[in-house]
Design a protein around this ligand. Structure first.
Ligand SMILES: Nc1ncnc2c1ncn2[C@@H]1O[C@H](COP(=O)(O)OP(=O)(O)OP(=O)(O)O)[C@@H](O)[C@H]1O
Length: 233
């Protein structure tokens, strides 16, 4: 499991995370939802060690890794929104590059590419891939990681319906194997009934949980909209 405890983060002198607390359990798919600018992506970037918080702690299975940059790669893998690769490298070359880092066998690489339907275009340069294919390559690369915690930022946005369903299936399989999965998303209708937990992020913190069975109706207006409504009433 991964715990983010009282994370505070400032970017350009603006407070972006303001005491962000999140406990995502092992063997679960946890969603982080919330309005634009709420801090979802920023929290994932802190959770994977890309951004260093001004205070707070990141713990994986009880181990505090906040001040151990090297530990992050071992425990946490992250797929950014719209992953990009060197445009002149082929799909196979990108997969092999990450496979070397992760010490994966050729069979594991083949399986990862097959899993996301990338085997048929393994000779294609990534600069010539469509957005959805590039996302699937990102997922294939993520699947090479052996980290116990996987963080995915809007992984389904550019995927067609078939691959969105495949992505959810894969995440469920990974959760069943004991991994901790956190998905930041706006695709509430598609996730309804498919996740174990759903955390609502607003204004730089987690402000509550939604019932993952009823996501469409439960999603409230962002805080500033709610404040405006109260002011108008
Ligand atoms: N690199 C950056 N430099 C400065 N401020 C940033 C940076 N990245 C994000 N922010 C600010 O941090 C706040 C939270 O942004 P973040 O991307 O985490 O929100 P989000 O919930 O993922 O939004 P969205 O749903 O629009 O993707 C916003 O106010 C944003 O302007």
């Amino acid at each position: 499991m991964i715990n983010l405890s009282d994370i505070r983060l400032k970017l350009d002198r603006q407070s972006v995370l303001k005491g962000f607390d999140l406990d995502a359990e092992s063997a679960c798919v946890s969603l982080v939802v919330g309005p634009n600018g709420a801090g979802k992506s920023s929290s994932l970037k802190v959770a994977c060690g890309l951004w260093r918080p001004s205070s707070g702690a990141v713990l994986v299975d009880g181990r505090d890794i906040t001040d151990c940059p090297r530990e992050y790669r071992k425990y946490v893998a992250y797929l950014p929104q719209s992953p990009s690769f060197h445009p002149r490298l082929t799909v196979a070359q990108v997969a092999e590059f990450y496979a070397r880092i992760e010490r994966c066998s050729p069979d594991e690489v083949e399986y990862a590419l097959e899993c996301f339907g990338m085997d048929a275009c393994s000779g294609k340069r990534t600069g010539n891939l469509s957005g959805g294919f590039r996302q699937r390559l990102g997922l294939a690369v993520l699947s090479l990681s052996k980290a116990p915690v996987l963080l995915l930022d809007e992984p389904g946005l550019s995927l067609d319906p078939f691959w969105r369903e495949r992505l959810q299936e894969w995440l469920r399989e990974e959760a069943a194997s004991g991994r901790t999965l956190i998905v930041a998303t706006h695709l509430l209708a598609e996730w309804e009934g498919k996740a174990d937990r759903c955390f609502l992020c607003d204004d730089g913190r987690i402000v509550g949980q939604l019932n993952p069975e009823y996501l469409r109706q439960a999603f409230p207006a962002p805080l500033d909209q709610r404040e405006r409504k109260v002011a108008n009433d």
